[in-house]
Design a protein around this ligand. Structure first.
Ligand code: F0G
Length: 463
């Protein structure tokens, strides 16, 4: 673009080769579908959804290069060619020497939690993620949130709301001692905070603190490329550094990481654990054969590993990541332009509506975000998900509902799937619900499963 050029907008760095038709539905059909799904968007059938913003997990579009890779899947039980390609791609893209493939992120969380955590341990982290925290608890640990206070405030415009508050971490170390803290659970593009990034300055300070106390940092790098993009855009000194180099630098401060490759890495299934410590690697490589499959496929087909190896390279492409995050920001700004309360700044993978401010007349125990997600579906066939009190679950010890400050609805964008026109329709759908917000009532929970209740809980509208 030349100096003084009129061009300000980004456009997708691809063109569309294959399309998948979606079904339009009537208000009546959606009401029936919602009743059948017990007012939980996770229980809707995909065929009843017009624009599916439930999650960016496994829902992205693969490139022609990735699809071509599916054809060279080496489906040998042991020593698949694609495993070695994946291992090399990980070493080159992220810099970790050892890798154990798993079928998706939570399987890697299970393995690393079982290896590192003992009964009574404390796991500090920059805000919980549902599956991560559960695996830490199932291994006998207790997750403690040490994210900066700004992360819990939807209105705060702090550019790095994913940062760790080192004072909170230090207080925890003083209280419990380093022996009870096996690692710090650091996440990039903090999902539950609204897709908020961590700065490299904060990661470096954290690394200095952890090194001096002998506490390793393990990273949930599920959306590390999006975080790196925000660093490039917002952190002084990084505007000329490539996203790939920033990703490498983030990883360099960590002892290991787990990944749900279904996000950044542009695949429909896949994950892994990456490690620097040979002993931990040996244990993980042994455990994976019990729960997933041999250590050279970990629950995946050879073709899945090939698509993952190719996808992770595409994930750090400058034009790709700019358009990916650009689309999320476009949707966020558009929705907010009519006064709808959203989490600010707009995150990397999703726009989060502030359901507490959207439906201030509802008590949190009437599940405002759950109801709002249902209403958005009812209005326009757009599927989103609750990220509030239902997702937070109950206190392990007291059995009481946890009442997170953030009561949110997440409109999550699959990568390379929807067009700008879909974004416009989504914003208009949200506006229509906004216009009738005063008449929206809450929900009652009528069925609650024990683990990760948000996936399968059932509700009834309060009339
Ligand atoms: N960590 C983060 C930050 C995640 O967002 C997820 C999944 C996982 C770990 C677990 O990975 O699903 O492959 O087992 N998040 C999805 C979501 C489900 O919709 O945000 P998984």
């Amino acid at each position: 673009m030349s100096e003084g050029s009129r061009r300000r907008s980004w456009a997708e760095p691809f063109k569309i080769k294959v399309v998948e038709p979606v079904r339009m539905t009537t208000h009546q059909e959606r009401r029936e579908a919602l009743d059948e799904a017990a007012w939980n968007t996770f229980l809707l059938k995909s065929r009843d959804v017009y624009i599916d913003l439930l999650t960016d997990s496994g829902t992205s579009a693969m490139s022609d290069h990735q699809w071509a890779g599916m054809m060279v899947g080496d489906e040998a039980y042991a020593g698949s060619e694609n495993f070695y390609h994946l291992e090399r791609a990980i070493q080159e893209t992220y810099g970790y020497p050892y890798m154990v493939p798993t079928h998706q992120g939570r399987a890697a969380e299970h393995i690393i939690s079982q290896i590192l955590i003992s009964d009574g341990d404390i796991i500090p982290g920059n805000m919980y993620f549902t599956t991560t925290k559960l695996h830490q608890e199932l291994a006998g640990g207790t997750f403690v949130d040490v994210i900066v206070d700004e992360a819990h405030d939807p209105e705060s415009e702090h550019p790095f709301k994913g940062n760790v508050d080192l004072n909170k971490l230090e207080a925890l170390v003083d209280e419990y001692g380093v022996d009870r803290i096996p690692f710090i659970s650091l996440a990039t593009t903090v999902n539950m905070a609204g897709g908020q990034p961590v700065s490299l300055e904060n990661i470096k300070e954290l690394h200095a603190f952890c090194s001096s106390h002998g506490i390793p940092i393990y990273l949930d790098k599920t959306r590390v490329a999006e975080n790196a993009y925000f660093i490039k855009e917002r952190e002084p000194g990084y505007s000329d550094t490539s996203v790939q180099e920033i990703v490498q630098e983030i990883c360099s401060y960590t002892e290991g990481a787990w990944m749900s490759a279904k996000k950044d890495a542009l695949v429909n299934i896949g994950g892994y654990l990456v490690l620097r410590d040979e002993e931990v690697f040996e244990q993980a490589r042994n455990m994976v054969v019990v729960y997933e499959g041999l250590h050279t496929y970990g629950g995946l087909a050879g073709r899945d590993m090939e698509a993952m190896a190719r996808g992770m390279v595409e994930s750090v492409d400058e034009e790709h990541i700019k358009a990916r995050v650009g689309q999320v920001i476009y949707l966020g700004n558009k929705i907010a332009s009519e006064g709808v309360p959203i989490v600010k700044p707009v995150g990397g993978h999703a726009v989060f509506l502030n359901a507490k401010a959207f439906l201030p007349h509802l008590d949190q125990e009437e599940y405002p975000a759950q109801r709002l997600a249902a209403e958005i579906y009812l209005e326009g066939g757009v599927r989103s998900m609750e990220r509030g009190i239902v997702s937070a679950g109950r206190d392990e010890k007291t059995g009481e509902n946890l009442r997170p400050n953030l009561e949110l609805v997440r409109l999550t964008l699959p990568r390379r799937v929807y067009t700008q026109a879909h974004m416009d329709v989504t914003a208009e759908t949200v506006w229509e619900v906004w216009d009738r917000r005063d008449s929206i009532k809450g929900l009652e929970m009528v069925y609650e499963p024990k683990y990760l209740r948000f996936f399968q809980a059932c509700f009834k509208p309060i009339e």
